[in-house]
Design a protein around this ligand. Structure first.
Ligand code: ARG
Length: 575
């Protein structure tokens, strides 16, 4: 397959190193965009890398590489500083790149990416707890997880996303006890989730005064586990109502799951693992009749897999899940997108999983930090559980005001649609553009600003680019045949940036970090706007220049659309 963009240049440099007789592998040749366009379009430090091994001066190695280089796509090649090689690439290269990018983006992309085709990833995201409203951390997991899923699909993986609902455990016994004792089904029926939450909170308040209640809760759960008809029905009712509620959020966010197997799904799949572990002496007796897996270092905490009363735990269900995933999809990669608060838990889980040899897949905990609200009204809400619906509604309302403020001329239904897309896009982008490993801040003014690193800015740039194409009276099909001609620095910066998109996707996948893509898109939008503000397109000086610029605009649109799509963000038709 023909290589494109940075990969094409990488291959040319690689061939030169081989011709010159240097021992280096292709992956070690990193082609980077230069910091400033005066120093060339791209550069690599390969000569410096080789020089150590060869005992030669880096600049001499660079000389040798350059003299073996196939220079057909280069305008100029120079050695810089201690031994960097800087490349200026010819227009005809970018012309072909842009043309094939516009003509068949999918094909262009797959030929650019490392071969990951045929691999499978199973990903655990969202996983809210039944009978409670979705928490902020569940929202983060849902949105980050959905983007990671899309990115892995993009690089050729088969992806299965599984919503591992928290629908099992002693808390259901407590809830059932509370419903029996203080609940009124007629009241619950009217507004189930808030009512159930109220009952759950009441149980805790009462249990503080009267600890005996905890035993009653456990007893109800035991009955549920043993298949008591009434408790079972009540539990099914609770799960159904919760799923209806979560479903509303998912459909608003446009997020779908391939599988929804909650914790309860693993009820009958744990004994097999426990038996196996006992038999092999991996699971041994702990304190008071509990079962544990001993840690590597004696001073570390053991993994508890069965309580002294014989009950299983969160970890036992997770182990059964891993085994089930393995048996069902034989994945190469298992990913859990879960709050950093569970970091230690996942360390223990993966340790137990490896002891029990449940899978050969690589198992990853993709953790993320807290969401911090600048607006104190939101941060002080009880238990920091914000009602997601409220955030989305508010985002939509604010988006509408902003659109009015900006004087956008929209019909009633267009404004509604814009508010929807912008509201949801803004919430998603705010999460995905920040590094997940630190705390994520939420600031209304920033989130919905038309300037700066925000969804509205990117959406506005993309819709503007699209409207240029519309006004040009050329179709995409026409533009695919256009050539680049004289270009300003601003245009060259856009072109070189476009060549790095594919690299960015791999990078995002490897790090499980969608923010690389978000920030790439922000830079692209900035470069595009500088180009657009400094160079007339529809009113270009000549027809040739107009065509050349349209080729760039159409390429930018493709990459923007694809990138935003990987973040799960729509572009409004009109803005
Ligand atoms: N439902 C759990 C919670 O809200 C999160 C589940 C995370 N995934 C897992 N495989 N343990 O805390």
């Amino acid at each position: 397959m023909q290589k494109h963009n940075l990969n094409a240049i990488q291959e040319i440099v690689y061939k030169a190193t081989q011709k010159a007789g240097f021992d280096v592998c292709i992956e070690d040749i990193r082609i980077e965009k230069t910091k400033t366009i005066e120093h060339g379009h791209f550069s690599c430090n390969t000569a410096m890398l080789i020089s150590g091994k060869e005992g030669k001066r880096p600049r001499d190695v660079a000389e040798e590489i350059i003299s073996s280089l196939d220079k057909s796509i280069f305008e100029k090649v120079e050695i810089a500083g201690p031994g960097f090689i800087n490349f200026w690439v010819e227009h005809k290269f970018y012309t072909t790149e842009c043309q094939s990018l516009i003509e068949n983006f999918d094909e262009y992309l797959s030929s650019s990416l490392d071969e990951e085709t045929g691999k499978t990833m199973v990903i655990d995201t969202s996983h809210p707890n039944v009978a409670k409203p979705m928490g902020v951390h569940h929202l983060l997991s849902t949105i980050i997880g959905d983007s990671i899923k899309k990115i892995y699909k993009r690089i050729g993986y088969k992806v299965v996303n599984d919503n591992y609902l928290g629908d099992w455990g002693t808390q259901f016994g407590k809830l059932i006890y509370a419903i029996h004792t203080w609940g009124d089904m007629k009241v619950i029926e009217k507004d189930p989730i808030p009512e159930l939450l109220k009952l759950y909170v009441k149980f805790h308040d009462e249990a503080e005064k009267n600890p005996e209640l905890d035993d009653f809760g456990r007893a109800e759960f035991k009955m549920l586990e043993d298949g008591d008809k009434e408790n079972r029905e009540l539990w099914e009712y609770i799960v159904k109502k919760s799923l209806d509620e979560f479903g509303k959020v998912y459909s608003r966010l446009n997020i779908e799951f391939d599988v929804i197997n909650g914790e309860s799904f693993y009820e009958d799949k744990m004994s097999e693992i426990l038996d196996f572990g006992r038999e092999k002496g991996i699971i041994v007796d702990g304190d008071g009749g509990s079962w544990i897996i001993k840690p590597e270092e004696p001073e570390d905490v053991p993994v508890l897999v069965r309580k002294s009363d014989g009950a299983t735990l969160y970890a036992t269900r997770d182990l059964a899940r891993i085994k089930y995933w393995e048996n069902t999809w034989h994945p190469d990669l298992m990913v859990n997108v879960v709050d950093v608060a569970q970091e230690f838990y996942f360390k223990q889980l993966f340790f137990a999983e490896s002891k029990l040899k449940l899978t050969t897949a690589k198992n990853v905990h993709v953790s993320f930090g807290r969401m911090q609200f600048k607006d104190t009204k939101m941060s002080t809400r009880k238990g920091n559980i914000i009602l997601l619906e409220e955030v989305l509604n508010e985002a939509g309302e604010r988006a509408l005001l902003l659109a009015k403020d900006k004087g956008l001329d929209l019909s009633e239904s267009e404004s509604k649609e814009l508010a929807r897309i912008m509201g949801i896009g803004a919430v998603k982008y705010n999460i995905l553009s920040q590094s997940r490993t630190t705390n994520i801040t939420f600031d209304w003014d920033k989130v919905l600003s038309f300037e700066g690193n925000s969804a509205p800015y990117l959406m506005y740039t993309a819709t503007r680019a699209k409207s240029i194409i519309r006004k040009s009276n050329y179709s995409e099909g026409d533009i695919t045949n256009f050539d680049l001609s004289a270009t300003s620095d601003a245009e060259m910066i856009v072109l070189t940036h476009l060549m790095a998109y594919f690299d960015m996707i791999s990078h995002s996948a490897k790090d499980f970090k969608p923010n690389h893509i978000a920030n790439y898109l922000y830079e692209l939008a900035q470069h595009f706007n500088t180009f657009y503000n400094g160079n007339p397109i529809i009113k270009a000086e000549t027809e040739e220049l107009k065509k050349s610029r349209l080729l760039i605009v159409a390429s930018v649109i493709k990459v923007m659309e694809d990138g935003l799509n990987l973040l799960g963000i729509e572009i409004p038709k009109k803005m």
